[in-house]
Design a protein around this ligand. Structure first.
Ligand code: DGJ
Length: 734
């Protein structure tokens, strides 16, 4: 009985003690609000100068009140040691760490205390906060970086780790960020997938303990799990309601995102490079810079949060995000490896006939001693195959120009087939265990990009193509294999650096490519969407979401990607996958960067007339689709029809896409769908576009409504099995 009483009293005493401690040290605390237009993340030191993250959410009207937040938490436990802004391990912090180290003397304990902070205003929109932390017992320091994009409500957070110890320090774990979220419950929406099944969502309430999303695949890191996710707070957020954070790690290799619901019901999100098999040995005075973790937050649901991220990506991250893109005809699905100059000449004529900007030559154009006539040979030998292309790429570029179109080409420069000259000449450039049998993924192995000679080689593949063909307009950069048997002949004793240094090597190459070719469009492809992240997209103009171009599947895949990536980055090709008519396939592909991979010669006159009409509409609407705001109106997951719209900046032009995704008896749109993002005061004329020749619209002619009507009552696109996809253009009536 007595014992029980003691137990009950203890926590109360502890609480009072910690409150007293907080009160006495109050004058010494430093409070650092990291604010954007609508949001704030608040850092605060405690009495021992430990840096805590005490708030994340909507910005308070009175910033002075941030310092009172912590006193409102009466958690009678160790919560004080759980909310570190960058959790060290092995001292007084006992939750899942952001950083774990082994000091030069073998000691594994780390403590990080606040030293100073500094804010630099980069321009009207961007600020950079740095917070310096150091270990009182060791010459070891970490600087936290918070780069805020005020108008976009986006923050990029990363850290730089450094020491001056006598010898190497081993970084056992080195996350980019750890965030502490408060709420009465947390729901994680995460993604898994596989080839042709990218972006399969799952949403569930987080329970106590740690939920991990990670990848150990090396390259093609997003093949099975994706490094972007969202967390709803208090209740599951919907498209337009609820508190939600969207996060993504800007890293194209192994990642690890831990979501720890702790003893005080706080959610700790720890995001960074996966430390699995990746201890990093850091020399004195050397910097280790983690990749950035980018995040945004909204009180108004997933839609608002995703528009913030999309705006940020267009403005600041992807190459030429506010610029133009090329429509194209690709030959992958129509020829595979089987082509020659005559066939390609016809395809370039078809490109012109179709009315798109560019012909994109895919895999199969290279390799001589090991011709690339299938996926088992040739990777690494980037010389034109003399049998297929006796006059080389330059004659193809000329042929394209003669037809009034541009020319683009596919490469996969990080890879090698054992059946290649490169493999024979440079076995030490290949990632493989010296004492184990080789294991292949798509009959190929990965080149060792930690090796500067390999970096030169990979850069050279791109540079040679552009140097020899200055009017080459586009590159599709593929990456089809994961890293098995991770071993680098170059790294010697530092094998645990391989996964990290591989990605760094890749970025070094891409940096060089961009220094010399700053604007040329590059497509990021990885056997579909196996590598889509903002670390890589910094160098690319667009990505290939999936080899699955079946248009019904594609509605779902594009829907999910769109939470994180703007439409301008999504390369959508019309192919022969699936049973849907050309109109449906094209209407779906128009929600992004439109391309085709079909046999043009097989199109009927009506088909061709339809495509020409669609391309004209696309040209008119692409500004809204590429640079405007996207609104998800009706989800494909729980409706017969999916509906998505894009509105341009001035709210004068918009387009609404509607697709039947459940083709059962009687399925269709029975009630109006409310539009979003329009100006309630403006009047809009509505017109159904992309009509297949000979068909009429059933939504009526001369339709004009106010934005108010369209957003309050809505309109019915009349989607049904006879009208499985319906595209409606809206124009302001002046
Ligand atoms: C995988 C890509 O996703 C495809 O689009 C195509 O380029 C093939 N590789 C070529 O091998």
């Amino acid at each position: 009985m007595r014992r029980t009483q003691k137990k009950l009293i203890m926590p109360v005493c502890l609480t009072m003690a910690s409150m007293l401690a907080a009160a006495t040290s109050y004058a010494q605390t430093v409070t650092i609000p990291v604010e954007t237009q609508n949001n704030a993340l608040v850092l605060q030191t405690d009495g021992e100068k430990n840096l805590k993250m005490v708030y994340f959410g909507h910005k308070l009207g009175n910033a002075g009140e941030y310092q009172s937040i912590l006193s409102q938490y009466k958690q009678a436990d160790d919560s004080g040691v759980l909310n570190d802004a960058y959790m060290p391990s092995g001292s007084a912090s006992l939750a899942e760490p952001a950083i774990t180290v082994t000091h030069a003397d073998g000691n594994k304990s780390l403590n990080l205390v606040y030293v100073s902070h500094n804010v630099t205003k980069i321009d009207d929109d961007i600020s950079l906060l740095t917070v310096n932390l150091k270990d009182p017992a060791y010459p070891f320091e970490v600087t936290l970086y918070y780069k805020t994009y005020f108008k976009e409500d986006v923050t990029e957070q990363w850290s730089v780790i450094k020491h001056n110890e006598k010898g190497l320090v081993t970084l056992n774990k080195f996350a980019s960020a750890n965030l502490n979220l408060k709420g009465s419950g947390f729901w994680l929406k995460q993604y898994h997938g596989n080839w042709a099944m990218e972006m399969q969502p799952e949403e569930a309430k987080l329970t106590h303990g740690i939920k991990t999303i990670d990848s150990k695949l090396g390259t093609r890191a997003n093949l099975y799990e994706h490094s972007m996710f969202m967390v709803s707070m208090d209740q599951p957020a919907t498209e337009d309601e609820g508190k939600v954070m969207l996060g993504a790690l800007e890293w194209s290799g192994n990642f690890k995102i831990d979501l720890e619901l702790d003893v005080s019901n706080n959610l700790r999100v720890i995001a960074g490079i996966n430390n699995s098999a990746s201890e990093y040995h850091l020399k004195p005075a050397e910097d280790f810079t983690t990749p950035a973790f980018v995040y945004t937050y909204s009180d108004h649901g997933k839609g608002d949060a995703s528009r913030k991220l999309q705006r940020w990506a267009r403005k600041y991250k992807i190459v030429n995000g506010e610029g133009d893109r090329l429509t194209l005809l690709n030959n992958w699905e129509t020829t595979y490896f089987d082509f020659n100059e005559a066939k390609l000449a016809d395809l370039m004529k078809d490109t012109k006939k179709l009315g798109v900007d560019m012909f994109l030559l895919d895999d199969g154009w290279f390799g001589n001693s090991h011709p690339r006539n299938g996926d088992h040979a040739g990777l690494g030998d980037w010389q034109e195959n003399k049998q297929k292309l006796p006059n080389g790429i330059s004659s193809l570029v000329k042929e394209a120009t003669n037809n009034g179109v541009k020319f683009g080409i596919w490469i996969e420069p990080e890879m090698v087939n054992p059946a290649s000259d490169l493999y024979v000449k440079h076995p030490d450039w290949v990632i493989k265990q010296p004492n184990r049998p080789e294991k292949y993924f798509r009959n190929q192995l990965v080149l060792d990009l930690t090796n500067p000679q390999v970096q030169d080689f990979v850069y050279g593949v791109v540079d040679n193509l552009f140097t020899k063909n200055p009017t080459l307009a586009y590159i599709k950069w593929d990456c089809n294999a994961v890293i098995y048997n991770a071993y680098s002949a170059y790294l010697k004793k530092d094998q645990s650096h391989l996964y990290v240094d591989y990605v760094r090597g890749l970025y070094k190459v891409l940096e060089r490519v961009r220094a010399k070719y700053p604007k040329v469009p590059l497509m990021l492809c990885s056997g579909g969407g196996g590598r889509v992240d903002y670390g890589a997209l910094k160098y690319f103009t667009e990505f290939w979401p999936s080899d699955n171009t079946e248009p019904l599947e594609r509605v779902f895949i594009q829907w999910e990607y769109s939470f994180f990536y703007p439409a301008i980055t999504s390369s959508n090709h019309v192919t022969d996958w699936g049973k849907q008519p050309l109109k449906f396939r094209t209407d779906v592909a128009m929600m992004g960067k439109l391309g085709f991979d079909i046999v043009v010669g097989r199109l009927s006159e009506n088909d061709l007339a339809y495509v020409h009409g669609a391309l004209k509409s696309y040209d008119y609407l692409k500004d809204a689709i590429w640079h405007g705001d996207q609104y998800r109106l009706q989800s494909p997951w729980d409706n017969d029809a999916a509906s998505i719209m894009y509105v341009n900046d001035g709210k004068s032009k918009a387009v609404m896409f509607n697709y039947l995704v459940n083709n059962r008896y009687g399925a269709g749109t029975k009630v109006p769908i409310r539009l979003k993002g329009l100006d309630p005061q403006k009047k809009y004329s509505l017109k159904e576009i992309n009509l297949y020749p000979g068909s009429n619209s059933s939504i009526g002619n001369d339709l004009t409504f106010t934005g108010d009507f369209l957003m309050t009552v809505g309109i019915n696109p009349d989607v049904n099995s006879g009208r499985a996809s319906v595209v409606i253009e809206l124009d302001e009536v002046k």
